[in-house]
Design a protein around this ligand. Structure first.
Ligand code: ADE
Length: 233
């Protein structure tokens, strides 16, 4: 969402690309700049032409990532955004987690082979030095296309040992894997999934604080990554 991206545009000193580096009809909005000797492109999904709100969910995330990988050929993709966190896995409002793996929790296909395909679980590239340097919490990021969840979503999140619930990373992981491009994910917690309040109430209350947490974490994370090999992260 732009509410998550625009504070980072400011703190990273990026400029909006006019025209977007991703051509229409894709509605993606791109921002570019350089810092610490690396080129940085921040790519947002853009707005839905029908409903006027930000495009969210795994479908826009996968499309945007695929097109951004083709247009920009980056060495690394970083999925940055807000998320729900599991208190049982140590999450508190405003924490930033780094992903140890990705999975889907709302793709139920009980057919041989397709059951695992639906979940599409995969590990994230380990980043122990980055995690220590920035004192980040870590855990599995599970993605689905609803802000709330049903019992089957819950069961799959538990089966995946999810610490974080959001709506994009698994789609991004799939598109990044097609291109063979490594992916990191940094997710700031707006709401507690295993708490007692509706996600939408906590999300709206804590969105600005979580965006600030990303503003404090993402620039130093990029500085840490700059000039290092994947193995050094
Ligand atoms: N983004 C922020 N909180 C979320 C939640 N609980 N589920 C999905 N996406 C989110």
């Amino acid at each position: 969402m732009e509410a998550e991206g625009l504070p980072l545009v400011e703190s990273l000193g990026l400029r909006r690309d006019e025209p977007s580096r991703i051509a229409p009809p894709a509605p993606c909005v791109t921002f570019s700049g350089s810092r610490h000797g690396i080129d940085i492109h921040l790519v947002c999904n853009g707005k839905c032409a029908v409903h006027g709100v930000d495009n969210v969910g795994t479908v826009p995330a996968a499309l945007t990532t695929y097109l951004a990988l083709q247009a920009l050929r980056p060495d690394l993709v970083v999925s940055v955004g807000t998320a729900g966190g599991f208190a049982a896995r140590g999450a508190k409002i405003g924490d930033v987690f780094v992903a140890t793996g990705f999975a889907n929790h709302d793709r139920r296909i009980p057919l041989p082979g397709f059951d695992k395909y639906g979940v599409w679980a995969c590990g994230a590239h380990p980043v122990p030095n980055l995690q220590k340097a920035l004192k980040l919490k870590e855990g599995v990021v599970s993605s689905g296309n609803s802000l709330d969840y049903c019992q089957q979503d819950w069961d799959q999140m538990v089966a995946s040992s999810a610490a974080i619930k959001e709506m994009e990373a698994a789609g991004i992981a799939w598109a990044a894997a097609l291109h063979g491009t490594p992916l990191l994910a940094l997710k700031a917690v707006t709401d507690i999934v295993d708490g007692d309040r509706p996600a939408q109430d906590e999300f709206l209350e804590n969105l600005a604080a979580a965006a600030r947490a990303l503003q404090e974490t993402v620039p130093p994370a990029l500085e840490f990554v700059a000039g290092k090999t994947l193995a050094e992260l």
